[in-house]
Design a protein. Structure first.
Length: 255
């Protein structure tokens, strides 16, 4: 059964559930669960497709499943939805150590569209979260530094690299806040304000960089400004990374 979406611009949670149930009819017991996560999971309003983030769990991800899943995914992504996170059931249950950041974020705000909710069975230890935050922050510092060195004379490419990094760093800031308190506010701005209570960093650069990325045509004509924003953004990432290192050292004995 193929569900037809009534609004080409927005989705409803009901529509996403119907699409999940249609897939279950086709795959049977091979589909374990479909979970909507992120801001869309707590909304009762119509949602833009790019906010429709799914975690899909299967018994196995062999060639038979991938071939049968391909058409469903192709339509889902043509409608503007992001590629779902796809896991085998057994691997998801063992993913608290390697996907600590993502699992905690999904646990915080999610809605089961079909099947069994496996999230309560996944244990995420503080040590795993800190290790992933440290790794991801240092990786992002390396990526932004490399982008500056390679693309400073190509401001449009440097601006694109900054925009890509901002999307990743939003999730990282939420994860860093979890080192100090169990729950996070929904909005990125509230996360930054809350995090400033615990560590010192240049939170203003997020708004400045986002504004610059939103004014691409104007920004590309200002290569010096783009370079300075990139260096300031890089400095902010280093400040947060240093603060996380201190948290690890100070609290390592109680883990």
């Amino acid at each position: 059964m193929l569900v037809t979406h009534p609004d080409p611009n927005k989705f409803s949670v009901t529509y996403a559930r119907e699409r999940s149930e249609a897939l279950a009819e086709e795959l049977g017991e091979r589909l374990v669960s479909v979970i909507l996560y992120g801001p869309a999971a707590s909304s009762e309003e119509l949602i833009y497709p790019d906010e429709m983030s799914l975690l899909m769990v299967f018994d196995r991800t062999d060639q038979d499943l991938m071939d049968r899943l391909r058409d469903w995914l192709s339509l889902w992504m043509r409608e503007g939805c992001p590629m779902p996170l796809i896991f085998e059931e057994s691997r998801l249950l063992r993913s608290g150590n390697s996907f600590a950041l993502e699992i905690l974020d999904i646990k915080e705000t999610h809605r089961v569209l079909y099947g069994t909710n496996l999230l309560p069975q996944i244990e995420v230890k503080r040590t795993h979260l800190v290790q992933q935050i440290e790794h991801d922050l240092k990786s992002e510092i390396h990526n932004v530094r490399t982008a500056y060195l390679r693309k400073v004379n190509r401001p449009e490419l440097l601006l694109e690299a900054i925009g890509d990094s901002l999307a990743k760093t939003r999730l990282l800031m939420r994860a860093v806040l979890r080192l100090f308190r169990p729950n996070c506010p929904r909005s990125h701005e509230e996360v930054l304000r809350a995090l400033m209570i615990y560590i010192r960093f240049d939170s203003d650069i997020f708004g400045i960089a986002h504004g610059l990325c939103s004014e691409v045509s104007k920004g590309v004509d200002e290569p010096e400004r783009i370079a300075q924003v990139c260096l300031r953004y890089l400095s902010m990432l280093s400040e947060v990374s240093d603060a996380v290192d201190k948290v690890r050292i100070r609290r390592s004995k109680v883990w």
